[in-house]
Design a protein around this ligand. Sequence first.
Ligand code: FE2
Ligand code: FE2
Length: 191
Amino acid sequence: MNKKEMRSKLKAVLKKRRYEHSLGVCAEAVRMAELFGADTEKAHIAGLLHDCAKCLTEEQEKEVCKRYSYVPDLMTRLCHPVLHAPLGAVVAEHEYGVTDKEILDAIRYHTVARADMTLLDKIVYVADMTEPGREYDGAERLRSLAHKDIDEAFREALKQSLMHNIKKGSIIHPNSLDAWNSIISDENKRD
Ligand SMILES: [Fe+2]
Ligand SMILES: [Fe+2]
């Protein structure tokens, strides 16, 4: 499937706001890929498709899991909002014809992150929080970092997301803690 076909399929399955958010993340991911030296084509596709499973009903989610033999891990089942990310990787692969593992991983980890995030993972994670449609406390600080240093930007984005989830009393997926701990242990090694 080419990018134009991906866009029209996405437009048909996502709510208008979610589709516009996806275009925003796509543009922001491409901008950062150019700035920080990642593959712009992969950033484009990962940004565009990152939320491709976001607007499924619970019934459709179950169907997709069954059809492609995907079994979410326990923590993902306990924290339903994060399911759309790994499910998005499954849908991108089977329904949008994406075979590139780096793109699929960037989609899979755009919500909970993981230890040792790749540059593309970080770009999509940060772009999801800095695209122009997103407004929240701390957005401007994050946008400014996203123009300078991708590691700093990802660290700040993950920190904001962890603090937000703790304040809300939400479950923290162990991948997010692994991501945080891998950043801190790398920093400690450098000291
Ligand atoms: Fe998402
Ligand atoms: Fe998103």
